[in-house]
Ligand binder design. Structure first.
Ligand code: CA
Length: 317
């Protein structure tokens, strides 16, 4: 039988055992995304200006900050060349370095933001700890090729699959489907064609695989390179953007790099250390869009970012 003294002793012992583990759990939870260097997010080509850079990464910055991460959001032209967008990001990264006092930053770019972070990492590698591409069209996109090819055509001139691909692209980037794309969009679009991407890669090759579908160099000039992407279209019945992404995905039919997220091929997304290239995500699921409507039964895009922050932390970055 336990005496009162025994009970007090036992209770004290249990509390003593519980307290450090609770403290440890709390510490673990709050520092999981606490990287050594701040994380800087760079958005892609899209008509997201109206909702601003915060909501582009739906729920992601808040999640990282809740786990000890320091996150900076950037905003560049929605539609412009990789170089112009890269220069815009460079100026913002210089500001972030000055404001934060950090010696380096970790860059993460989605979609055309991949070229932006690669540009900055190439221009000032000494100040960049890592560059990560999420759904990045590093070797271009057949959707861009097709839209670029037919951009002079409008309305009734576009029929069948080609028309639905162009309309789908228009819907995704926030323009009226079927209308002629504005010239600034076309200028930016060229950067994402196979030809435009190859031209950029000749000048900024760091991390880009030299094989058709392998990893790229994991470290170039001291900068670590990473990437991930998805290969699905219809992932959530409530998300209106899934249908246009399935339409643009038709541009990949017959291509060697045929698996895609609706806009970017699986192999084209590869940069540096390929973390995974077949998540059950479409191009916008990758940034938890639209408003968190993603596939319910597999990896949450927010968790993928969270785990990457932890990966950077564990790498001392
Ligand atoms: Ca979605």
């Amino acid at each position: 039988m336990f005496t009162l003294a025994h009970r007090i002793t036992l209770t004290t012992l249990l509390l003593a055992l519980a307290s450090p583990s609770l403290a440890w759990f709390s510490w673990f939870k709050s520092s999981y995304a606490e990287t050594r260097y701040p994380i800087v997010l760079a958005h892609g080509m899209a008509g997201f200006d109206n909702i601003g850079p915060l909501n582009y990464w739906y729920g992601i910055p808040g999640d990282l900050k809740a786990r000890g991460g320091t996150v900076y959001l950037t905003q560049v032209s929605s539609f412009n060349s990789s170089e112009v967008r890269g220069e815009q990001l460079l100026a913002q990264v210089e500001d972030i370095l000055a404001i934060s006092g950090a010696s380096k930053v970790n860059l993460i770019g989605h979609s055309h933001g991949s070229q932006s972070v690669r540009y900055v990492a190439a221009v000032m590698p000494g100040r960049i700890a890592s560059a990560t591409a999420v759904g990045g069209p590093n070797k271009g996109s057949p959707v861009a090729d097709l839209v670029d090819d037919v951009s002079g055509l409008v309305g009734d001139d576009l029929t069948g699959v080609v028309g639905s691909i162009v309309s789908g692209f228009g819907s995704i980037i926030g323009l009226a489907a079927g209308e002629k794309l504005p010239q600034d969009a076309l200028a930016g679009l060229y950067s994402l064609t196979t030809e435009g991407a190859a031209d950029f890669n000749r000048r900024f090759p760091a991390g880009v695989p030299t094989t058709a579908c392998g990893d790229g160099a994991h470290r170039v000039n001291g900068v670590r390179y990473y990437s991930w992407s998805g290969t699905r279209h219809l992932t959530n019945a409530l998300d209106p953007i899934d249908i246009p992404l399935a339409a643009t995905g038709a541009a990949f039919i017959g291509k060697s790099d045929w698996q895609n997220d609706g806009l970017v091929g699986r192999c084209s997304s590869h940069l540096g250390d390929v973390i995974r290239d077949d998540y059950r995500m479409n191009h916008l699921d990758e940034v938890n869009q639209v408003v968190g409507l993603t596939y319910l039964f597999e990896t949450d895009p927010v968790v993928v970012f969270r785990n990457h922050a932890n990966r950077l932390k564990n790498a001392g970055l």
